[in-house]
Ligand binder design. Structure first.
Ligand code: 13P
Length: 259
């Protein structure tokens, strides 16, 4: 059986100036060495990427961006491209976060273009999907998830090479983001299992066994162990708690709580 390494990723959203960003990385970095089979990634705002990349040094922390445009360059005022992110040191990019879908009207079609660009340009996409509270209460969770997967991974579904096994998916129920209301391990597992089954059907067993599926939405030191003990949950995409070194370090060390 293929064992997937857990990934604990911090999405800093629109928080922290350069000085604060560097301070936070410097607090986290010394705690990476004692992790066992757990990867750590942080996604700071664009303005902090360069300084954070320097501060990461050879600690092993991975660097991601929170969004990107699908073109390499051009007249797209206010946008950032994949090659620019790579130059700043990024290996990963978060795409289709619900805040981008809802507040900035990003559609599955746009997200599909971005996923394609990331893969073609050599960045690992972290594709976010998730239902709203209304959709959950109306029993639409699985339809919404399937729809988002079908449409934002359209390019990869049609691509002869399939989906790179390094691709990361993140299930983030919108009702659990920034609300302090977390999906229970069981609730999240049900959706993660559904997502893995979808990957298996659309691609193949090997891809389904290797692709990591993160959970995001009010992850904190108290609920992380329950979530990470689920068979199809391979890590966390952490918002608020990733801005506080002590909380994020505890989350990274979720295995201590499994003992
Ligand atoms: P919170 O952890 O603040 O709920 O945010 C989750 C999130 O949106 C991560 O991408």
């Amino acid at each position: 059986m293929i064992k997937r390494r857990h990934l604990i990723a911090g999405n800093w959203k629109m928080n922290l100036d350069v000085k604060e960003s560097v301070k936070l990385v410097e607090s986290i970095a010394p705690h990476i060495a004692d992790l066992d089979e757990v990867d750590v990634l942080i996604a700071p705002p664009f303005t902090s990427l360069g300084a954070v990349n320097n501060a990461i040094g050879n600690s092993g922390i991975k660097l991601g961006a929170q969004n990107m445009h699908w073109e390499m360059n051009g007249a797209y005022t206010g946008e950032i491209s994949g090659p620019m992110l790579k130059e700043a040191g990024c290996t990963h990019v978060i795409l289709g976060h619900s805040e981008r879908r809802i507040l900035f009207k990003e559609t599955d079609d746009l997200i599909d273009l971005k996923v394609k660009a990331a893969v073609v340009q050599g960045l690992i996409p972290i594709l976010c999907i998730g239902e709203t509270l209304e959709e959950r209460e109306n029993g639409k969770t699985f339809d919404v998830i399937k729809n988002q997967l079908d449409n934002s991974l359209l390019y990869l579904r049609k691509n002869n090479a399939g989906m790179p096994v390094s691709t990361i998916l993140a299930y983030e129920p919108v009702w659990a983001i920034g609300t302090g209301r977390t999906a229970s391990g069981e609730q999240a597992q049900e959706v993660h299992h559904f997502i893995r089954k979808w990957i298996k059907e659309e691609f193949n067993d090997e891809t389904a066994a290797r692709v990591r599926i993160l959970y995001g939405g009010s992850v904190n030191p108290d609920n992380v162990a329950d979530l990470m003990s689920q068979p199809d949950i391979d890590g966390g995409l952490v918002g608020g708690a990733s801005l506080k070194a002590d909380l994020f370090i505890k989350i990274m060390h979720f295995q201590n709580k499994l003992l």
